[in-house]
Design a protein around this ligand. Structure first.
Ligand SMILES: [Zn+2]
Length: 205
């Protein structure tokens, strides 16, 4: 778990350096068996120390650490319970939040959207930290690596923290491309047939 705590700090600093999070917004977690290391509530991610990150069990009880777990810990735990994920990253990054505040989904206008599972759904709004929000996000993530959260931000999952983090960077990139494309004209959305052709090509070696 100490290694996971160090990874949380490293990726917290990267998220802040890349402008994906500001101040204390955003939270990350990583799972090992029945335990989850999570970023704490109220500490800026670029100032995080490993010992700041509480370790909780899958019911959210703190088993190690003095700080309060992130207010979105219930959402992280709901995602561990419903997916095989090893890590969860949640941010209020700018373009993800713009799309999440204006659209019902992020349509696939670039084939790299397939790396997240295709069109990215927007989970209906609910107050942060509530079981209702956790459930909305769980449903939006079915069959996907990423979801947007209405009027809130984005969330990604991965087998490792590195994978979940890269999914967050890709989600932000796709949202930025979409928003900028809308400013130029009407972006073409890839058809089912075009997406299938990409998948076939990727698997044909
Ligand atoms: Zn949030």
């Amino acid at each position: 778990m100490d290694e996971l705590r160090r990874e949380l700090c490293e990726h917290g600093r990267r998220a802040a350096a890349l402008g994906l999070v500001i101040g204390t917004s955003g939270n990350l977690s990583a799972r090992d068996g029945d335990l989850v290391a999570v970023t704490p509530s109220g500490v800026a991610l670029d100032r995080l120390r490993p010992e700041d990150c509480p370790i909780v069990d899958l019911d959210g009880r703190v088993v190690e650490g003095d700080r309060k777990p992130s207010s979105e810990t219930a959402m992280h735990l709901a995602l561990y319970a419903s997916t095989g994920a090893g890590a969860v990253v949640h941010t209020h990054s700018v373009f993800a939040t713009v799309v999440a505040s204006t659209m019902a989904e992020l349509p696939p206008i670039h084939y790299n959207a397939l790396l997240l599972g295709g069109a990215v759904r927007v989970a209906p709004y609910a107050t942060y930290g509530t079981p209702e929000l956790a459930e909305n996000v769980r449903r939006a993530l079915e069959g996907r690596q990423a979801a947007l959260m209405a009027s809130h931000g984005g969330v990604t999952i991965g087998a490792t923290l590195e994978q979940a983090f890269e999914a967050t960077r890709l989600l932000e990139w796709l949202c930025e491309v979409y928003v900028r494309a809308l400013g130029v004209g009407a972006p073409a959305v890839l058809t089912e047939e075009q997406l299938v052709a990409v998948i076939e090509r990727a698997f044909s070696g």
